[in-house]
Design a binder for this molecule. Structure first.
Ligand SMILES: Cc1cc2nc3c(=O)[nH]c(=O)nc-3n(C[C@H](O)[C@H](O)[C@H](O)COP(=O)(O)OP(=O)(O)OC[C@H]3O[C@@H](n4cnc5c(N)ncnc54)[C@H](O)[C@@H]3O)c2cc1C
Length: 233
């Protein structure tokens, strides 16, 4: 492991429970990484012993800071919530194999809640740099869990080869909501996309969502090698 000191440059409150944290190295640089990679963040715990957790990188490698989209949960995230701009955090990475395959013809990104973190970086790569057709299906219980909704809407409006569908699965919908109200499923994907077997799926979110959807996609004829998962929590 090779932890290095990074400086917290900016914290953005995306919703009550989700924040984007942006870091650079002390000299203002960012490490080399690919969309889909994750990093280890390390902080001293209350007992002084270091604690670490993994976080997918939400920024694109061409951006000027390393960004993580993080949901408040337990001990580590409560420590992160106390940090202010200028504070330092030890970061190690990049790691991981949840990476884009350059030979994909069409990419389908499916995210549950804060699972949008890794997908944001991959979507920017696909839409702005690889110029491939892509769809994002993002679901959350409540509208405010659809982190990066305005950015994804704008990206879809500016790039005809990128389409964005969102699903709010809980009881409360924003006034005038015209997105989906159901969980992302194979029937929903088929209804929107038609044939699935020629597309590559990138799933990111809870084990329940990614595992269930991967099994159902395979059962519907999508080859296993066309389904990539980054499941946590
Ligand atoms: C490769 C990888 C990438 C990841 N990327 C991200 C990412 O981009 N963003 C992100 O937010 N997380 C990500 N995670 C999860 C992250 O590593 C931590 O597990 C998460 O932030 C929780 O850490 P914690 O110390 O705050 O919670 P912990 O104290 O470790 O508690 C976590 C567990 O306790 C339970 N729990 C505790 N408090 C609550 C609560 N209030 N509500 C619900 N359940 C609770 C949950 O069951 C959960 O499994 C990733 C994990 C992996 C392995």
């Amino acid at each position: 492991m090779n932890f290095q000191l990074f400086v917290l440059k900016q914290v953005t409150e995306e919703s009550e429970e989700v924040r984007t944290f942006k870091f650079t190295k002390k000299d203002g640089s960012v490490p080399v990484y690919k969309p889909g990679h994750f990093f280890l963040l390390r902080l001293p715990g209350e007992d002084g012993k270091p604690q670490q957790r993994s976080y997918s990188v939400a920024s694109h490698p061409d951006e000027d800071a390393l960004a993580f989209c993080i949901k408040l949960k337990g001990s580590f995230t409560h420590m992160l919530w106390k940090l202010k701009s200028g504070d330092t955090v030890e970061i190690d990475g990049p790691y991981g194999i949840f990476l884009l395959n350059p030979s994909d013809t069409e990419r389908i990104f499916v995210g549950g809640g804060v699972g949008i973190s890794a997908l944001r970086s991959m979507i920017i790569q696909t839409v702005k740099y690889d110029n491939k057709r892509a769809w994002l299906f993002h679901s959350a219980r409540q509208f405010d869990g659809l982190t990066y909704f305005p950015e994804m809407k704008k990206l879809a409006a500016e790039n005809p080869h990128f389409k964005f569908n969102s699903c709010v699965t809980g009881e409360e919908k924003p006034a005038g909501w015209n997105g989906y109200c159901e969980r992302i499923s194979v029937p929903l994907l088929k209804q929107v996309l038609g044939t699935l077997s020629d597309k590559t799926f990138y799933l990111c979110g809870s084990k329940e969502m990614c595992g269930g959807l991967a099994t159902a996609l395979q059962a519907s004829g999508v080859p296993k090698e066309h389904i990539k998962k980054d499941e946590w929590g």
